[in-house]
Ligand binder design. Structure first.
Ligand code: NAD
Ligand code: IPM
Ligand code: MN
Length: 355
């Protein structure tokens, strides 16, 4: 029997609502498989915890999580706690502290998912964004000088190390090579003459080791335009932390919406646990009403299964999502339905059982 122990950080807003369904799906998968078991440990960390204790997680939080096989995260951030404190004290701590330097975000239009673009076929939107996840614009190096005076200055420095840039680009080349896909690097060397020129140089340098991979380089502004006008030109995409953040919300918009967008924060060496999450936030506007779409959180379960080497189940979870979308019988309002969050989870498990 294979055993997986998952640390659950449901977090804030709709986080607990969508994770409850993802946990049920993972339990159903282990029951249907019969050869592996999943155990969950829930942690109450998040904004409510902060309001009680003054911290988003205990000081030894990373040590507590270190030996788990995965972290499953809902969403972090809620009105009442400044976002840079809540996110800086939990989600970003984990990504950096566990060296989860790869953020894998599929932008794939599943059969039955709505797409706002005209003249686009389903197969035209099928990319995987490899986002740098440990440094870059998110390194949080900077200063506030002369606060409250007319001379006030805010500095925020991007940090692009050779190691950090090279490893994410190399990961993307390996992925493109393995899957026989093209690789597009998205940067901004025309304006960011240090960091992004460096990025482009490393992209070319590492590329010399992968002559079989067809490559493209785009500036992020043009790339955003092409995400909308011609998404089929993208297969594997590699980009920096901030650009990847923005482009994957755009990616979500063209591939079914925020309720369908998942992301895996990977430490490929498995020295530390990896973390799986929907890419959306805590959605305070719909929290507590049963309106949240759990499919993004469920898709991230599929990514977790893939990462554990249970790819057959990863694929089946995705197939079940697609079957549900095609039937349109149990979908939340963001996808045009009237089902509650928990009804979507239950219907998804029925699809899994029927596969
Ligand atoms: P958001 O992703 O929470 O919401 C944006 C819009 O998408 C809202 O209208 C929301 O209702 C909708 N939406 C999001 N997820 C949905 C779902 N599963 N089903 C249906 N609709 C969904 O982004 P925001 O409003 O900019 O941020 C809210 C809070 O979440 C902020 O505190 C922000 O910092 C935080 N945040 C956290 C994460 C994370 O934990 N990974 C990601 C993004 C934002
Ligand atoms: C995401 C989120 C986070 C990010 C925020 C909440 C810090 O937007 O996971 O996409 O920018 O990485
Ligand atoms: Mn984001």
């Amino acid at each position: 029997m294979r055993n997986y122990h998952v640390a659950v950080l449901a977090g804030d807003g709709i986080g607990p609502e969508v994770l409850a369904e993802g946990k049920k799906v993972l339990e159903a998968v282990s029951r249907l498989d019969g050869c592996f078991q999943v155990a969950f440990t829930d942690f109450p960390w998040g904004c409510e915890y902060y309001l009680k204790t003054g911290e988003m997680m205990p000081e030894d939080g990373l040590d507590v999580l270190r030996d788990f096989d995965a972290v499953y995260l809902g969403a972090v951030g809620y009105p009442g706690v400044p976002d840079h404190i809540s996110l800086g004290g939990l989600l970003l701590q984990i990504r950096r502290g566990f060296d989860e330097y790869i953020n894998l975000r599929p932008v794939k239009l599943l059969r039955g998912a709505p797409c706002p673009l005209q003249g686009v076929n389903r197969e035209d939107i099928d990319m995987i964004v490899v986002r740098e996840n440990s440094e870059g614009e998110y390194a949080n190096v900077g200063a506030r000088l002369y606060p409250g005076t007319p001379q006030e200055i805010a500095l925020q420095t991007g940090v692009f190390s050779r190691k950090g840039t090279e490893r994410v680009i190399r990961y993307a080349y390996e992925l493109a090579k393995k899957e026989g896909k093209t690789l597009t690097s998205i940067s901004k060397g025309n304006a960011l003459g240090y960091s992004m020129v460096f990025w482009d140089e490393i992209f070319a340098e590492v590329g010399r080791e992968y002559p079989e991979v067809e490559t493209h380089s785009l500036l992020v502004d043009a790339a955003s335009m092409f995400f909308v006008k011609d998404p089929k030109r993208f297969q594997v995409v590699v980009t920096s932390n901030l650009f990847g953040d923005i482009l994957t919300d755009l990616g979500a918009a063209i591939a079914g919406g925020m309720g369908l967008a998942a992301g895996a924060n990977l430490n490929p060496e498995k020295k530390f646990p990896s973390m799986f999450e929907p890419i959306h936030g805590s959605a305070p506007d719909i929290a507590g009403k049963g309106l949240a779409n759990p499919l993004a959180a469920i898709w991230s379960v599929s990514q977790m299964l893939d990462f554990w080497g249970e790819e057959a189940w990863g694929r089946k979870v995705l197939q079940a999502i697609e079957a549900l979308l095609a039937k349109k019988s149990a979908l939340t309002p963001d996808l045009g339905g009237s089902a509650k969050t928990h009804e979507v989870g239950a219907a998804l498990i029925r699809e899994l059982e029927a596969l």
